[in-house]
Design a protein around this ligand. Structure first.
Ligand SMILES: Cc1cc2nc3c(=O)[nH]c(=O)nc-3n(C[C@H](O)[C@H](O)[C@H](O)COP(=O)(O)O)c2cc1C
Length: 211
């Protein structure tokens, strides 16, 4: 799918908490060799570049609805984007929730089986992001569990986290609160359900209403 451009070198780089990684196409010039004096002040330079600092949109999408919204948020917010991809992607059959024997139904029935391994759960330059949007489809009233591994694997201390979802008819419910509990860190705002066709104007209006 689209939006996976930050993932490619993930596994090699994820462990070093250095300034070497180049994430997506953010136009800030953090890696200038002549600015070593500033190397420890990522947050400060990020904040002066765009009030509020750098923004990341993380999402999981099984059938494209959440991906469309994630892309619009990223464009609207001038944010980097990071797609969560299970090592074993869900096929259409896997996603058939009206089949008692489908993968997703079995995982739903047995919470212990929901540990979905992700191709990558670490983001280059994670520490440089102040704001993280996390998007997912609603599955049986909660966040699709491929996002759980990401939420558990990362330290959100000092970050503002904004959940968003798409769903057929449900609202976002308590899905964001449940993820916040799983994370244990970060300032999690109330999330929002968005239409899969949400426009840049919709996104802008929503974001402006956030604290
Ligand atoms: C396994 C599964 C469970 C779902 N459960 C719900 C639900 O409880 N409420 C709802 O409104 N939609 C539910 N849906 C619909 C999805 O939330 C909706 O189609 C969403 O936009 C899909 O996003 P995606 O295309 O990014 O995967 C479910 C879909 C699947 C595959």
């Amino acid at each position: 799918g689209c939006g996976s451009n930050t993932n490619e070198t993930q596994s090699e780089k994820s462990e070093s908490a250095s300034q070497t990684g180049v994430v997506s196409d953010d136009s800030s010039k953090e890696s200038n060799e002549n600015e070593e004096i500033n190397d420890n002040s990522d947050e400060m330079s990020a904040e002066t570049e765009s009030e509020g600092g750098k923004v990341l949109v993380v999402y999981y999408s099984a059938s494209g609805n959440t991906e469309a919204v994630a892309n619009t948020i990223a464009e609207t917010m001038n944010a980097d984007i990071f797609e969560l991809e299970p090592v074993e992607p869900y096929s259409d059959d896997d996603l058939n929730w009206s089949d008692d024997n489908s993968r997703v139904t079995k995982e739903h029935d047995n919470p212990d089986s929901r540990n979905v391994e992700l191709i990558a759960a670490a983001v280059d330059n994670w520490e440089s992001y102040d704001t993280v949007f996390i998007g997912y489809p609603i599955w049986w009233g909660i966040a699709a569990w491929p996002v759980d591994g990401f939420v558990k694997a990362n330290d959100f201390t000092g970050k503002t986290v904004i959940p968003f979802c798409t769903a057929a008819s449900s609202g976002i419910g308590e899905s964001g609160e449940l993820l916040a509990e799983m994370a244990g860190t970060g300032n999690w705002l109330e999330g929002e359900k968005l239409r899969s066709g949400a426009s840049a104007e919709d996104i802008q209006a929503w974001v402006e209403g956030l604290e």
